[in-house]
Design a protein around this ligand. Structure first.
Ligand SMILES: [Fe+2]
Ligand SMILES: [Fe+2]
Length: 392
């Protein structure tokens, strides 16, 4: 049988538990270990039929073109899930405050909420639409690529059970994410403005909007009652504006973090190319969040208060904190002996997938999700975090 005619390899079964394939291979047995990692099943073909002599392997780059190491598969599968979750949350924003069209269908808009969001920038609706479409393409591309390599794509469809907003404009369908009880980490605002600190050195940066980082806040109207009172409506719009950047700074770090552990150059190209768009998203939202109108409001349903201060005043303000700073201030990187450098931060790779999942969880995005959902996501993160760059 010609090597290029080998039958497609059946994907590994998803067990919801870390699989044997996640353990690290001995460095001397890469070819065999990556076959194992791809979940080769005896019924489809024997492992022996795929094993080749070193000479055959060296002559044949079809093999490398067709298969990718299991660590790369694990990283791509975690990223596929992350992109599905991103698509789900951006879709909810787009239905209410974005542009509903052929590229991003669904929903019919909520004029009052869209106006509050557009107080941050008149192009917000267009940017929400574009960000939503980007996430959808990331999700579809990574899954299609996995399939092309004989690996199992990721579906979270069985977890689409969370309720939709009841406000005018939202589709009434099951969701993966909850945008109505968020606790938004706003440390990215100070982190990218710091000239002396970096979370990779253990630094903890202060919150830009401390009251948004505690309690639970809606980032979309839950019902039409939520758009009736001006200050509260603007607070919901501002919450969304900060949440946009919080989500995208996560992707901005996650892709370079995981890229350090992929082996195949094409997979590296995918991570660098998609990761770059996450950075573009983050920078856009970072700019818009700085325009959030100062406002204080109390949630009439929960009694939780939030205050969006004037970000150009103390304790922020000053040259390093002016709100139109949208490029990173240079800071410490790798070792303090080096000069400060303008960089993405953090980029340390160990445990990055779990850290990303924990951050999304702490955000409140998964409030209401099942134990099975968390088990499935933690398994994907665990396997991604086990991936190591292999030496071929
Ligand atoms: Fe994405
Ligand atoms: Fe993103």
């Amino acid at each position: 049988m010609a090597k290029e005619d080998l039958p497609a390899i059946a994907p590994p079964a998803t067990t919801g538990q870390p699989t044997e394939t996640a353990s690290l291979p001995p460095r001397t047995d890469h070819r065999r270990s990556f076959l194992k990692g791809l979940g080769v099943v005896g019924a489809a073909l024997s492992v022996g039929s795929l094993l080749k002599t070193d000479a055959e392997a060296d002559d044949d780059d079809h093999h490398h073109r067709r298969f990718i190491p299991r660590g790369d598969v694990a990283i791509l599968r975690f990223l596929a899930a992350a992109e599905i979750l991103e698509t789900d949350l951006w879709q909810q924003y787009n239905e209410l405050a974005g542009v509903q069209d052929d590229e991003v269908p669904g929903g019919s808009g909520n004029a009052a909420y869209a106006e509050a969001v557009n107080a941050l920038d008149e192009d917000m609706s267009q940017y929400i639409h574009d960000n939503t479409e980007d996430e959808l393409t990331h999700e579809l591309f990574i899954n299609a690529y996995l399939v092309s390599k004989g690996a199992e794509p990721v579906s979270l469809d069985k977890f689409r059970n969370l309720p939709s907003s009841k406000a005018t404009g939202a589709q009434q369908i099951g969701r993966l994410t909850n945008l109505m009880q968020l606790t938004v980490d706003t440390t990215w605002f100070t982190r990218y403005r710091s000239r002396s600190q970096n979370p990779d050195f253990g630094d903890m940066l202060p919150q830009a909007i401390p009251s948004l980082a505690v309690g639970q806040h809606p980032a979309i109207p839950r019902t039409d009652a939520d758009v009736q009172e001006g200050n509260f409506l603007q607070a919901i719009g501002n919450t969304a504006g900060f949440h946009f950047a919080t989500i995208e700074q996560g992707g901005t770090s996650l892709y370079p973090q995981l890229a350090q552990r992929v082996t195949n150059l094409e997979v590296l190209r995918i991570l660098l190319s998609i990761g770059g768009t996450e950075i573009m998203h983050f920078q856009t939202w970072s700019d818009k969040a700085g325009n959030a109108p100062p406002v204080s409001a109390t949630d009439p349903v929960t009694g939780v208060s939030v205050t969006f201060p004037d970000l150009n005043s103390p304790p922020l303000g000053g040259e390093d904190f002016q709100t139109n700073l949208i490029m990173p201030e240079p800071t410490i990187f790798l070792n303090k002996k080096f000069p400060a450098c303008s960089i993405i931060r953090p980029t340390k790779t160990m445990g990055a997938a779990k850290a990303a999942l924990d951050a999304l969880t702490a955000d409140g995005l998964f409030i209401g999700q099942s134990k099975e959902f968390f088990r499935f996501m933690h398994t994907l993160a665990f396997e991604a975090d086990l991936a190591r760059r292999e030496d071929f």
